[in-house]
Write a protein that binds this ligand. Structure first.
Ligand code: ZN
Length: 288
C-alpha cells in the first residue's frame, strides 16, 4: 500500500503489546513470583536500549520502568540493568491497600496478578503484567469519560455479542492465557464495519495478526482499530464521520477464533505509545 513508514510508527508498540502476556497453562498456576525471575544484564559497548529490549523480547518501556538509568533513552556501557521475565511494571502496593486494588488500578485480572506474583497474600511490591511503563501514573477514570463523548457509535450496524473480551483471556481452542488488546464482536462475514466516531484514517492495510486493519485517530488522543477485516473501503488520510462504513467483516490475519468477528480496539495516546483501553468500558453500545 506504500504506507510502510506510517504503519511502523503507528502500530509497532501495539503489536508488541498483544504478545505482552506470559504464555502459560492455567493448570500450573503458582510459579515463582515474576519479580524473583528478574535477571541482570551488563550493557556491552554498542548496545542500545531498543537492541537489549529486542534481545529479551521486551518493550523498551518495560526496561525503562525497571531501570531509571534508562529513562533518558540511553544504555551506558558497563552498567548493570534489570531484565524482567515479561512485559509489565513493578508496582508498590500502597500502604493500607491490597494487591486487589492494584489490579483494579491497572485493569488487570486479579487472579492473573495473584498467580503471576506467586500467590502471595500480602505482597508489598507486585509485578503487573502487560502494562506499558509510563512516567504518568495510570488514570482510572479520565479516559473513559472523555472517550464516551467522542466515540458515540457502534462499530457494527447490527446488535452483537462479545466473543472474546478485553484483557487477559484464555484463548479459544488452547489453554493459553494471553493479553487480548480489544474485543471480538460477533458479526456475519461481509457485515459493514463503521467508524465509532469522527476522525482521520491513520492506517488502512495489512498488519500482522490484525490482518486487514483500519486505524482511526480521533480527538483527545483517542484511537480506534478495526481488525480481521475482509475488505477495506477507506484510505489513509481520509476524514471519516461516526457511522461511516470503513470496510467489511472478514477473517484476515490471525483471528482468535474461526467464527467471523470484528476485532475492535480503543487506545489512548501516552508518551510511550498507544495504550489499549477496555472498549466495553468506553462504548455504551457494548455495555449491557
Ligand atoms: Zn481479537
Amino acid at each position: 500500500m506504500g504506507t510502510g513508514v506510517v504503519m511502523a510508527g503507528a502500530i509497532a508498540p501495539a503489536q508488541a503489546q498483544v504478545f505482552a502476556g506470559p504464555e502459560r497453562s492455567r493448570t500450573q498456576a503458582c510459579q515463582a513470583p515474576a519479580l524473583a525471575q528478574v535477571q541482570r544484564h551488563t550493557v556491552a559497548r554498542g548496545e542500545t536500549l531498543e537492541g537489549i529490549a529486542r534481545q529479551y523480547n521486551l518493550l523498551p518501556a518495560t526496561l525503562m520502568g525497571f531501570n531509571p538509568s534508562l529513562r533518558g533513552g540511553r544504555a551506558t556501557p558497563g552498567s548493570q540493568i534489570l531484565i524482567p521475565p515479561f512485559n509489565g511494571i513493578r508496582a508498590e502496593v500502597p500502604l493500607g491497600k491490597t494487591w486487589r486494588e492494584v489490579a483494579k488500578t491497572y485493569k488487570v485480572r486479579p487472579d492473573v496478578l495473584f498467580e503471576i506474583n506467586g500467590c502471595q497474600t500480602a505482597p508489598k511490591v507486585v509485578f503487573v503484567p502487560g502494562v506499558n511503563w509510563s512516567p504518568i501514573a495510570p488514570s482510572t477514570q479520565a479516559i473513559p469519560r472523555v472517550a464516551s463523548q467522542i466515540l458515540t457509535n457502534s462499530p457494527l450496524s447490527q446488535p452483537t455479542t462479545v466473543l472474546l473480551g478485553y484483557g487477559y483471556q484464555v484463548q479459544p481452542g488452547t489453554s493459553q492465557v494471553a493479553f487480548h488488546s480489544g474485543v471480538d464482536l460477533a458479526a456475519a462475514s461481509d457485515a459493514p464495519v463503521q467508524a465509532v466516531g469522527n476522525g482521520t484514517i491513520a492506517f488502512a492495510g495489512t498488519q500482522g495478526i490484525y490482518g486487514n486493519l483500519v486505524v482511526i485517530n480521533h480527538a483527545e488522543g483517542l484511537q480506534t482499530r478495526y481488525g480481521q477485516l475482509g475488505r477495506i473501503q477507506v484510505k489513509v488520510g481520509q476524514r471519516v464521520t461516526a457511522g461511516q462504513t470503513l470496510g467489511l467483516v472478514g477473517t484476515s490475519g490471525r483471528p482468535s477464533s474461526a467464527a467471523p468477528h470484528l476485532h475492535f480496539e480503543v487506545r489512548s495516546r501516552s508518551n510511550l505509545g498507544w495504550v489499549a483501553e477496555n472498549p466495553s468500558q468506553v462504548l455504551s453500545s457494548l455495555q449491557n
